[in-house]
Design a protein around this ligand. Structure first.
Ligand SMILES: Cc1cc2nc3c(=O)[nH]c(=O)nc-3n(C[C@H](O)[C@H](O)[C@H](O)COP(=O)(O)O)c2cc1C
Length: 152
């Protein structure tokens, strides 16, 4: 496994409908329409925390930012997160994505099976990163920011 790179910051947005392909792959993702004032990190796969603004619930996630080159020929950048610990769908909800680390480049895979194999490894790597000291620190920051923003 290559070195991971630390990534800072939060991206906020609303969960919207994607192409609906993820469920069939076994990796259903929440597609996030990034707020205009959110900085979208460069295309890559990342580990990060998902904060649901309606409830403050936090999920462990693996985030894909990119044009999904395995399936799409367009340059449109999608922000998607696979939550490891819930099968909830949260269409319409607002979320914050708190990036912990960059895992790898986005790849144009030869087949969906190859993508699924890579995604399984990504999730394992992401779990380790979220549980690391840095992952815990980012979670603390995310919870503190939530308290500041949403508590009276
Ligand atoms: C962990 C993970 C890793 C991914 N890696 C790639 C990748 O390297 N290349 C790629 O084309 N798409 C990648 N994707 C994005 C998938 O192509 C995308 O989630 C899938 O096509 C479903 O899209 P939909 O939500 O619009 O239906 C990844 C998704 C996840 C969750």
């Amino acid at each position: 496994m290559g070195d991971t790179v630390t990534v800072h910051g939060q991206l906020t947005g609303a969960v919207v409908h994607g192409a609906g392909r993820g469920r069939g792959l076994g990796f259903p993702t929440a597609n996030v329409a990034a707020d205009p004032d959110s900085r979208v990190p460069p295309s890559a796969i990342y580990s990060g925390w998902v904060v649901r603004h309606s409830t403050g619930a936090v999920h462990r996630g693996t985030i894909s930012i990119g044009s999904n080159p395995t399936f799409c020929d367009t340059a449109d950048v999608h922000v998607e997160v696979y939550c490891h610990d819930t099968s909830d769908e949260f269409y319409g909800e607002r979320v914050g994505l708190w990036f912990v680390a960059r895992i790898r480049d986005t790849v144009k895979f030869a087949s969906p099976d190859d993508l699924v194999r890579a995604a399984r490894q990504d999730v394992l790597r992401s779990e380790a990163l979220l549980a690391s000291d840095r992952g815990r620190r980012v979670l603390t920051d995310a919870l503190a920011a939530y308290e500041r923003t949403f508590s009276a």
